[in-house]
Design a protein around this ligand. Structure first.
Ligand code: ADP
Ligand code: MG
Ligand code: ZN
Length: 614
């Protein structure tokens, strides 16, 4: 990984070392060597001279430096003060001593001044600056002079080396991102026709499902540089830093287009801005977000810069981020189903040595609700266990054991789904889907899954209309209510009981039924009388009753009536489809996720016994 740090300290270390050495040389070294010189009185000097022990004398600045033999006969440097001694020259001459007077160096006053004043000052300033820079850096800030230029950790990779093959399962997400890959591959193609692709796509899903991996795979597939930064890194100590980082990020990326900018954990900066609250409380985050919005609007969409964001809390994002021209595409990255889990296990199993008789399908079955990261961890734990036991191949038992280690951890946190519960959930979802398919006014089933969601939903039946609807007819609303009742109806018919898993269904049904009565004027009894008004047109909000409380209780009675008859209708539909109900529920239980086509082909196919499915 190449770490880009645009603002390196400008003063190289070696310059400092050089300066320090110079200082050492000119000040400290002489001081040390001088200490070895013995200082003696003039008399001793004369005695030594008389004894003929002195070989060399040097007069320097009124001091006499000389060398003389000590007791052991070694030459030792001495020093003594010069005396007005007219005979000295004669004496020295007589003894044959070499003597000289050192003329002091004529240093120019300018150079002397420079050396003694400016140089130390210069060194101190440099040292101070360097220290200050290091200090600021450790606080994540920057030098005042370079303000506005970020030194945030922007990770830039020229090639991520990841491809879609590294991301197992997640076919829908990959499909959604394919277009972006193609766009990055050949932006000219799109520019030519005048098409601007979405500037951004938001990867949404629970942690560990491969969002980061997918983003890198997009860059890898398109062979474009990958700039990434985590939302939490934007949140800085000083106001204005985050915004500066955003500017910098987009500038750097702009120079490298086509490329990908990836903002991980975008919810940390993209949280909803609250209108009230403390003044200036979230100034920094808000500035950063505003800068991000401005940059996203500002750059040329045809240039080939695509912004990918990832979050596991999409509901907390500021709506402004999701507007067209920003993160207008949302790519769900869900927990993998059975097939996906097996594929992910396969991808990671390649990296470790395994015995020949490993059954990854069995592991996948045992790990309903596990994320990609957890599955990766299971493989790794198994390998660690094999090593602990002194083996060089992973066995099935290692995998089973690590499933327990890894899953036990996460099951405590989230939902434990027993096989019996899973069966019930399966029937419940098929109940919804069957009712929907048998009512002419309901939208076709697109996908049914019993893979638990991070939102807490245990299963999910997705219906997608062929076209967008702005109006709903009375029949459609009633069909929708009956569809919602289908889950409970199936529970009653098959298990002769009711579960708590219908809370959301119940809430939605009630809302719809109530709206029919009080807001849409769809009942005989009340005709077109508005009995409720909505708080805020744009923000949704609560509804408030605009009629007397007596009328209010009549509304309630009417709502119950609508719901009861819809419930009965759902039970009626399912009673006629018991065979298909069992067949489909078993199939869903086996697959965990089935598509609308699979659903329809069983529904329209032969009765049980000949269930050869695609
Ligand atoms: P997220 O960003 O969604 O939290 P990551 O992309 O960081 O998840 O995933 C963590 C790791 O889990 C990845 O590096 C990868 O090894 C593994 N992983 C997750 N999902 C998948 C997948 N669908 N296929 C292969 N590996 C996956
Ligand atoms: Mg991530
Ligand atoms: Zn339901």
């Amino acid at each position: 990984m190449l770490e880009k740090d645009p603002k390196k300290p400008t003063i190289p270390y070696f310059l400092f070392i050089l300066m320090a050495l110079m200082l050492l040389n000119s000040l400290i070294v002489p001081a040390i060597t001088e200490q070895k010189v013995q200082e003696v009185d003039y008399g001793t000097f004369l005695n030594q001279l008389d004894e003929g022990k002195i070989s060399e004398v040097r007069l320097e600045n009124d001091r006499i430096h000389y060398t003389s033999e000590d007791e052991e006969g070694n030459d030792t440097p001495y020093i003594t003060g010069a005396w007005t001694d007219p005979e000295l020259v004669d004496k020295l001459h007589a003894k044959g001593v070499k003597f000289t007077r050192v003329v002091p160096h004529e240093t120019s006053p300018v150079i002397g001044f420079l050396l003694s004043w400016i140089l130390p000052l210069f060194i101190f300033i440099m040292l101070g600056q360097y220290l200050a820079r290091g200090f600021q850096k450790s606080f994540g800030g920057r030098n005042a002079m370079t303000f506005g230029k970020s030194n945030a950790k922007i990770y830039a990779e020229n090639e991520t080396g990841k491809t879609f093959a590294d991301v197992a399962g997640q076919d829908e997400a990959k499909e959604a991102l394919c277009e972006i890959v193609d766009f990055l591959h050949s932006p000219e193609k799109y520019a030519e026709i005048g098409a601007a692709l979405p500037k951004g796509a938001l990867l949404v899903g629970p942690p560990g499902t491969g969002k980061t991996l997918l983003a890198r795979a997009v860059a890898g597939e398109a062979h474009v540089p990958f700039f990434s930064i985590s939302g939490s890194e934007f949140v800085e100590m000083f106001v204005g830093m985050g915004a500066a980082k955003v500017r910098d990020l987009f500038k750097q990326a702009g120079e490298k287009a086509p490329c990908i900018i990836f903002i991980d954990e975008i919810d940390t900066i993209g949280k909803k801005r609250d209108s009230g609250g403390m003044i200036g409380g979230n100034d920094e985050r808000e500035q950063t977000l505003n800068q991000l919005l401005a940059e996203m609007d500002g750059f040329d969409g045809k240039k080939g810069v695509v912004i990918l964001g990832a979050t596991n809390r999409p509901e907390s994002l500021d709506p402004a981020l999701l507007r067209p021209g920003r993160f207008d595409r949302r790519v769900p990255v869900e927990l993998p189903d059975l097939v996906g889990r097996e594929a992910i296990l396969k991808v990671h199993a390649i990296k470790v040595k395994m015995e020949g008789d490993i059954d990854l399908n069995l592991i996948a079955r045992a790990t309903a609700g596990a994320s990609g990261a957890e599955l990766e961890n299971i493989i790794n734990e198994a390998a660690l266990r094999a090593v602990r036991e002194g083996r060089n191949r992973v066995r099935q038992e290692d995998l089973m054991e690590s499933v327990e280690v890894v899953i036990a951890g996460y099951q405590r946190k989230s939902t434990v789904i027993s096989p019996e519960e899973k069966r019930m959930i399966s029937y419940h979802e098929i109940g919804h889907a069957l009712v929907a398919s048998r009512l002419t006014d309901a939208a076709p089933v697109h996908k049914i899954t019993i893979v638990p969601r991070s939102s807490g939903a245990l299963g999910y039946t997705m219906q997608v209309d062929e076209k967008e609807r702005f109006l709903m007819t009375r029949e459609q609303i009633l069909g929708r209510i009956a569809t919602l009742a289908g889950g409970r109806a199936a529970e009653e018919l098959v298990f002769n009981t009711a579960t708590s898993g219908v809370a959301n269904d119940v809430e939605q049904m009630t809302k719809l039924a109530r709206a029919m009565v009080a807001r849409f004027g769809m009942t005989e009894e009340f005709d077109m009388v508005a009995m409720e008004s909505q708080g805020s047109r744009y923000l949704g909000g609560d509804t408030s009753l605009t009629v007397s409380s007596q009328t209010g209780s009549r509304i309630d009675t009417k709502v119950v009536e609508i719901i009861r008859s819809s419930h009965e209708r759902a039970v009626e539909v399912l009673k006629n489809e018991m065979e298909k109900l069992h067949q489909l529920a078993e199939f869903l239980l086996e697959r965990e996720t089935i598509t609308g086509e699979e659903f329809m082909s069983i529904l329209n196919g032969p009765e049980k016994g000949a269930a050869g499915m695609a």
